[in-house]
Design a protein around this ligand. Structure first.
Ligand SMILES: Cc1cc2nc3c(=O)[nH]c(=O)nc-3n(C[C@H](O)[C@H](O)[C@H](O)COP(=O)(O)O)c2cc1C
Length: 179
């Protein structure tokens, strides 16, 4: 069983850090699972322009291939201009509409202000519902003041909720795999 984390940011590093936390905690809870972080900052995913997938660059094909092959997911989004970033939406636009169907998907979000704590709930969750994903009941919003200067999480409540989300993902995926 492979859990892939997708960090939908190419400017900063906080979203990737939180996605990586979920992956690490999921692996600790279910040592048998494989984990991989897809940090969009490491790839040059081309803009969707209607071409067939084969004609996009290797990074684009590579990222989409990894997502198609994975069993379950955690998606991280920063809040940009009160929405999800264009790079994440562009990636979602590349994907076959069946890619998350009946697959477990959780999400986390980061933002500068807690005023935008519901952006992922209001904007990413409906997209995952469109994809017919089994969306985890728990999600975690991480405002920037939850980190110290060394990028460690200093908010105990967020720390606990990241663990709970990680465990829910593994629990749901294990149940699904055994049905
Ligand atoms: C272009 C841009 C737009 C942003 N817009 C918002 C916003 O609307 N609301 C907010 O709370 N934070 C906003 N932020 C702050 C980011 O959401 C926040 O710093 C986030 O943790 C960045 O994640 P990253 O380090 O993974 O890029 C914005 C940051 C950038 C770069």
């Amino acid at each position: 069983m492979k859990l892939v984390g997708i960090s939908g940011a190419i400017i900063g590093s906080k979203t990737a850090k939180i996605v990586d936390e979920v992956l690490t905690r999921a692996k600790a809870y279910g040592p048998e699972i494989d984990i991989e972080l897809i940090d969009l900052k490491d790839y040059l995913v081309e803009m969707v322009d209607g071409r067939p997938l084969e004609s996009y660059n290797d990074d684009t094909k590579n990222v989409i291939g990894k997502i198609i092959d994975a069993d379950f997911f955690v998606i991280g989004t920063p809040v940009y201009q009160a929405s999800i970033p264009g790079v994440l939406k562009n990636l979602l636009d590349h994907l076959p509409v069946t890619v998350f169907e009946s697959k477990v998907v959780g999400y986390v979000s980061t933002a500068g202000s807690s005023h935008h704590s519901l952006v992922a709930e209001n904007q990413l969750r409906p997209i995952l519902s469109f994809f017919k994903a089994i969306v985890a009941t728990k999600s975690v919003f991480v405002p920037n003041d939850s980190f110290n200067k060394e990028s460690q999480i200093i908010d105990e409540d967020i720390d606990r909720r990241l663990t709970e989300l990680s465990q829910e993902l593994v629990y749901l995926q294990t149940k699904l795999a055994n049905t």
